[in-house]
Design a protein around this ligand. Structure first.
Ligand code: PAF
Length: 294
């Protein structure tokens, strides 16, 4: 496995698959890598904790980092190259060009984290430009990010096919996230309330409920039982453009975001009215070993 600290060091002929990450890799990342491991090669994973997608007072400094553990996992997964660029390379001194996707970034996470998506789309555009992948893999847990990246690709005509991969959950339902290592035992039950509420929504949808208001109320009532959770938002939004909707006539995701013990968590389920089914993610059978974090 090639490990490079600069995009100029990549020895590939371009093409292939890219899995962009911020490291502290877990089984959710493993699922992205395993999907990407099917053709085309080479398979490149980038690890870069991107400062511009963290707002003031957010956890950039405290974000879990574990380069050694990440590299061991990537070697085991048969990745061809790992790109670990420096902040100085991605954002050279005086850099003043950013990529901003409008409208899709106004609501949900965009409303709570001003500037977050501008940071995401800027770094993703730079990675696409330097690696030039044929395919790129993103988790459906970040459903709005997925919609925003698809818009970026369409609007700037990047020749890359974006694949969204189902959320991976712990056996008890908690969506995997690098930040989970920061949830202590006392907060764990509260953190679980996010996925529990979304499973109730999935049940209601599969039983025929199509009104957003009713689905949102199911989540809110379920979350109200968890007094330690500070809820940021509960929304039903179209998968295609992250716009909130009243009735479900195209694929949507029901998104919930909140803070537990100082850790901000997001989760969602995708609802597809054409099949009447929900994508609840896949559950691990045993508690996951987190590869990163402290
Ligand atoms: O989803 C993430 O881990 C990040 O937002 C991404 C896509 C790697 C950009 O920094």
């Amino acid at each position: 496995m090639q490990v490079v600290h600069s995009t100029t060091g990549l020895e590939n002929d371009f093409g292939g698959a890219l899995v962009p990450t911020m490291g502290a890799l877990h089984k959710g990342h493993e699922a992205l890598i395993r999907s990407a491991r099917q053709l085309p090669r080479p398979l490149i994973v980038s690890i870069f904790v991107n400062p511009t997608q963290f707002g003031p007072g957010e956890d950039y400094e405290r974000y879990p980092r574990d380069e050694e553990g990440d590299l061991a996992l990537l070697r085991e997964e048969g990745v061809d190259a790992v790109l670990l660029p420096s902040v100085e390379e991605i954002y050279p001194e005086g850099a003043s060009t950013f990529v901003d996707v409008e409208r899709l970034t106004d609501g949900l996470e965009g409303a709570h984290r001003p500037g977050h998506f501008r940071g995401v789309t800027t770094v993703v555009a730079k990675l696409f430009y330097s690696v030039q992948p044929q395919r790129a893999y993103f988790g459906r847990k970040d459903a709005q990010q997925l919609a925003v990246v698809r818009a970026l690709v369409a609007d700037l005509a990047f020749p890359v096919s974006v694949r969204g991969i189902s959320t991976v959950r712990e056996a008890d339902g908690l969506a995997l996230s690098s930040r989970n290592v920061k949830i202590d035992e006392t907060n764990r039950a509260t953190a679980l309330s996010l996925s529990t509420s979304l499973m109730l929504v999935a049940d209601a949808f599969e039983a025929g409920e199509r009104k957003s208001r009713v689905l949102r109320d199911i989540v809110r009532q379920s979350l109200a039982l968890s007094q330690q959770l500070a809820v940021d938002h509960v929304e039903v939004a179209r998968s295609a453009d992250a716009r909130t909707v009243d009735a479900i006539d195209a694929e949507v995701f029901v998104a919930v975001a909140g803070t537990v013990g100082g850790v901000r968590l997001i989760d969602n389920v995708t609802l597809d009215p054409s099949t009447g089914t929900a994508d609840r993610g896949t559950r691990l059978t045993r508690p996951s070993i987190l590869y990163g974090g402290s």
